[in-house]
Ligand binder design. Structure first.
Ligand SMILES: [Fe+2]
Length: 206
């Protein structure tokens, strides 16, 4: 008996042209992200195909295989989702947030500066990602830390900003100077996209 679920094979999303023309983040660096992203998409499809073939009826001996595949799946899916947010919300004018997201930041952090300082510090402290996400249970934004793409998201939170701080995100352009890369990240955020997500997810502004 195979696992009782269905899935579709997925394909990588295309990059919007503006992401290839960022300020302070080279096309080579974006290509490095994209190659990894394509790899995660392929991996996700491969793992789900393997999961479909796991024979649950074989009992205890299947659990270590099931564990390995399901843990590996979170790594691949994290690599897909995080990069899709990353690519989608770059290519803009950067600077301080505006619109609805600015309102949320003001409310939950006190100021745009306090928010960006905290996100930057979180990105300096993490090993792979930092996210600004809206926690639906607490009703506020928080800057979460990620060592890898599957650590340490929490349930029932919606990421609105995804800052990739893996070495591939900055080494070609800044060598070990991650701080300057994070500044360049802030210079390229497309606030219209972030505000579209606030609206699409109906995040309450009050
Ligand atoms: Fe990346």
């Amino acid at each position: 008996m195979a696992l009782a679920f269905k899935f579709e094979q997925i394909t990588p999303r295309e990059l919007k042209p503006a992401v290839l023309e960022l300020d302070g983040i080279s096309r080579e660096t974006v290509d490095a992200h994209y190659k990894l992203y394509e790899g995660y998409v392929n991996k996700r499809n491969e793992i789900l195909t393997k999961l479909d073939g796991v024979d649950l009826a074989s009992g205890n001996q299947v659990y270590s295989e099931l564990r390995a595949l399901k843990v590996e799946l979170t790594f691949a899916v994290g690599g897909i989702k995080n990069h899709e947010i990353y690519f989608e919300h770059l290519g803009g004018e950067g600077g301080d947030p505006d619109g609805a997201f600015a309102q949320l930041v003001e409310r939950d952090f006190g100021s745009a500066q306090a928010w960006s300082e905290d996100l930057k510090a979180t990105g300096m402290a993490g090993r792979g990602w930092a996210w600004t996400a809206y926690d639906w249970d607490e009703g506020r934004l928080f800057n979460y830390i990620g060592d890898t793409q599957n650590t340490f998201p929490i349930w029932n939170a919606t990421p609105l900003v995804a800052l990739d701080v893996y070495e591939h995100a900055y080494f070609l352009d800044y060598r070990t100077d991650r701080s300057s890369y994070i500044d360049a990240f802030f210079d390229n955020v497309d606030w219209t996209t972030v505000n579209d997500w606030v609206s699409k997810y109906q995040i309450p502004l009050k």
